[in-house]
Design a protein around this ligand. Structure first.
Ligand SMILES: [Zn+2]
Length: 81
């Protein structure tokens, strides 16, 4: 999921285990202590129902943490694909 923060990368699409993720752009995440972190905003379609969902991915993360929308989320359960 590595991508540069350049504007040209917006709209870039990549596949993770057969699921397409589209890059929406960099965004800033602020934690409860007020520290700012750069993250990347991606959208994809839920592995179960196909609904669009958004996910924030840390800059050096190799994989998205989410593969399903909020309605279908099932942590620890494998995506049947
Ligand atoms: Zn879903």
């Amino acid at each position: 999921m590595r991508v540069s923060a350049k504007k040209e990368a917006i709209g870039y699409a990549t596949k993770f285990k057969g699921q397409e993720y589209r890059f929406l752009g960099p965004t800033t995440y602020v934690n409860r202590r007020g520290d700012e972190f750069l993250t990347f905003h991606w959208e994809a379609n839920c592995a179960d129902c196909g609904d669009r969902f958004e996910v924030l991915v840390k800059p050096f993360s190799e994989s998205p943490q989410k593969r399903r929308c909020n309605n279908c989320k099932a942590p620890g359960k494998r995506v049947a694909s």
